[in-house]
Design a protein around this ligand. Structure first.
Ligand SMILES: O=C(O)CCC(=O)C(=O)O
Ligand SMILES: [Fe+2]
Length: 400
């Protein structure tokens, strides 16, 4: 099967093509129809390419792997005991029902992710070397809201990324099928900056992620996009384009599993980064270290053919510096207030002391007055008794 045919063609002098060679996957090129019409492809390839270019996805009935049924059963059996854990296992991450990069310890997962048939199909679609760089294994439907993988994994030039999703058991409406919106890959790629949000240096980017998800829902409604759920049999697969909107539908039957495996692919000769955490115009790009499963090597970042040194840790250092700066700013803001408060305390303290001694004086005056009052009261009683005695005496005299 023809794979990397396009570069050769566009370089051939005697070709009729006068089509600009663009920094875009040819299946996403504005010149796709012209390129396509001039290529001599067999019918099967034509159908495959056209479906992907127009719809942004294609369903693959078999991965071309012998004993695929046994391989899938082994994956399910071997991963089942570790689902539910949380933590890092060598280079893999287990997060309850999601295992990231099981390919690093499970040969069967890797075999599916690097299946030669898929690699060849991706070469046809992208005309560059596919780089399988991440696997995700799920045991239940993810119920993940609709998104474009382009906000998580992007490239320069854009759109050199895709996902391949394989059913590890039969999927129907009840066990949380994958869903997607045919043709949505043709929309512009949106990131947080398009929504007026600065995403870089976020400590918890997923706190702001719902804003993006809600935006996509509005976009879908506004464009009248149609949702399709993927009901496939064990072993069938779906390839989706970088910007195809997709997600996980609700799990209607909570007793059902939905074993599945996704591989994310980049393509050679690009720069790779995470838009969700980047603001290129603030010089903040979260470059991604990309390890190619096929070679087990970290790939080069390349810009227009030129290899660039990219330090993925630099971003983290800069982010921490930024955080420190913010702390310092807060400190600078509150310090004068604190100093002022201290000054005020210093002024108020003697005033308080004066008031307190005054209060003490008044208190003792009050005490003295009280004793005086008691004294007068008892004198008064003596006088009144004397008066009463004299009064009685006087009445006695008068009455006699
Ligand atoms: O499997 C799913 O439900 C969604 C997976 C997904 O969105 C992805 O791996 O990019
Ligand atoms: Fe995704």
């Amino acid at each position: 099967m023809l794979t990397l045919f396009l570069t050769k063609m566009s370089q051939t002098k005697d070709t009729k093509m006068t089509i600009p060679v663009m920094n875009l996957p040819w299946v996403e090129s504005p010149f796709f129809e012209q390129i396509f019409s001039q290529l001599n492809l067999d019918n099967e390839t034509r159908k495959f390419v056209k479906q992907f270019a127009e719809q942004g996805y294609v369903i693959i009935d078999d991965l071309g792997i012998e004993n695929i049924g046994e391989i899938i059963d082994r994956i399910v059996n071997n991963l089942t005991p570790i689902y539910g854990d949380k933590g890092k296992v060598e280079s893999a991450w287990i997060y309850y029902d999601r295992i990231q990069d099981a390919w690093t310890f499970n040969q069967d997962v890797k075999e599916i992710a690097t299946a030669p048939k898929i690699i060849n199909l991706l070469k046809i679609l992208y005309q560059r070397e596919p780089i399988p760089f991440q696997t995700l294994n799920f045991r239940f439907g993810t119920e993940q809201s609709t998104h474009s993988d382009s906000i998580h994994f992007s490239s320069v030039p854009a759109r050199f990324m895709c996902g391949v999703w394989i059913a590890l058991e039969d999927i129907d409406a009840n066990n949380g099928p994958l869903h997607y919106y045919p043709g949505s890959h043709k929309l512009p790629i949106f990131d947080l900056n398009d929504l007026g949000i600065t995403g870089s240096y976020q400590n918890k980017p997923y706190d702001i992620y719902p804003v993006y998800e809600e935006f996509l829902q509005s976009l879908i409604e506004h464009n009248g996009l149609e949702k399709v759920e993927l009901y496939v049999k064990k072993g069938q697969a779906l390839i989706w384009a970088a910007n195809l909107l997709h997600g996980g539908s609700p799990v209607l039957d909570k007793n059902r599993t939905r074993y599945s495996q996704v591989t994310h692919y980049y393509f050679s000769d690009c720069m790779y980064y995470i838009p969700l955490l980047s603001d290129p115009f603030l010089h903040r790009i979260h470059f991604k270290e990309v390890k190619n499963m096929l070679t087990e090597e970290v790939v080069n970042h390349i810009y227009n053919g030129e290899k660039l040194e990219v330090n993925s840790e630099e971003y983290e250092v800069e982010r921490l510096k930024f955080e420190l700066l913010q702390f310092q700013e807060q400190l600078a803001k509150y310090r004068p207030i604190a100093i002022q408060s201290q000054d005020e305390v210093n002024v108020l303290k003697p005033q308080l002391q004066t008031v307190e001694s005054e209060l003490e004086k008044l208190r003792s005056q009050l005490y003295n007055s009280k004793t005086e009052l008691e004294l007068l009261k008892s004198q008064n009683q003596v006088i009144e008794a004397e008066l009463e005695r004299l009064r009685t005496k006087l009445y006695g005299i008068i009455n006699n």
